[in-house]
Design a protein around this ligand. Structure first.
Ligand SMILES: Nc1ncnc2c1ncn2[C@@H]1O[C@H](COP(=O)(O)OP(=O)(O)OP(=O)(O)O)[C@@H](O)[C@H]1O
Ligand SMILES: [Mg+2]
Length: 217
């Protein structure tokens, strides 16, 4: 089980807990339904504890790397998030130049794209647009830029956004960026955030063009 999956399990668990707690208030302690709901609540707590200890410091598994066309992976991710874009009334534009193969764990990198694009959608206003751009840079790194026109990140919280469990969202777990950053580091790359724009945020995902020599087989 990837840390990213564990992360996604916690939100529905929290709502199961909330609903069960609310339902229990309609019954007296000696009623069977009250006791049944208490069993559900205890089990939810146990699950939550298991997921939490599993995640530890949200360490993703060691990447299982293969040569993958990064543009295809971006296409797939955008398709996967189609209804998220539609529901938020946010547009998306993918700008690529040709096709590039990178030595990556496709599942993990897709998780990074999902985390960052969902952050961008959540920060965007209706009718905003998210631009996803690839840059074949000269310093040996391939860069994917994800640019939104949303709320931006205030200077005073910039040093906190990569901290596990730091969130400004009511239903956030604050793990998206810390997991993503760890995954990119495990690939020999770097995840950077540029919040100095007039509006919105630009996230740069840098991955080595030749694969990480330390891990390559
Ligand atoms: N594109 C963005 N625009 C504005 N703020 C952002 C953006 N991306 C991240 N942030 C800020 O960084 C914080 C941490 O992001 P992160 O993805 O780690 O957690 P989260 O989105 O709050 O929760 P989760 O990803 O677990 O649902 C967010 O709560 C938000 O304040
Ligand atoms: Mg997030």
């Amino acid at each position: 089980m990837a840390a990213g999956v564990a992360h996604e399990i916690r939100n529905p668990l929290a709502s199961i807990k909330g609903y069960a707690q609310f339902a229990r208030t309609s019954f007296e302690k000696d009623q069977q339904t009250y006791q049944d709901l208490s069993v559900i609540l205890d089990e939810v707590d146990r699950l939550d504890l298991i997921v939490e200890s599993f995640m530890g410091f949200a360490l993703p598994n060691k990447p299982d790397k293969k040569w993958v066309y990064i543009e295809d992976l971006l296409d797939e991710t955008i398709q996967l998030l189609k209804s998220d874009f539609l529901n938020a009334a946010v547009g998306v534009r993918l700008i690529t130049a040709g096709k590039t193969k990178l030595f990556i764990d496709a599942g993990q990198i897709k998780q990074v794209f999902i985390n960052i694009i969902i952050n961008a959608i959540q920060a965007s206003k209706a009718s905003g647009e998210i631009v996803i751009k690839t840059l074949n840079s000269v310093d040996g790194f391939f860069t994917v830029e994800i640019i939104d026109q949303g709320t931006g990140i205030k200077e005073e919280i910039m040093d906190k956004v990569f901290t596990p469990f730091y969130t400004t969202k009511e239903k956030g777990t604050g793990l998206g960026l810390s997991i993503s950053s760890r995954i990119i580091q495990n690939h020999g790359g770097a995840l950077e955030i540029d919040s100095t724009m007039k509006q919105g945020v630009r996230v740069l995902i840098k991955m080595p063009l030749k694969g990480d020599l330390n891990h390559e087989s």
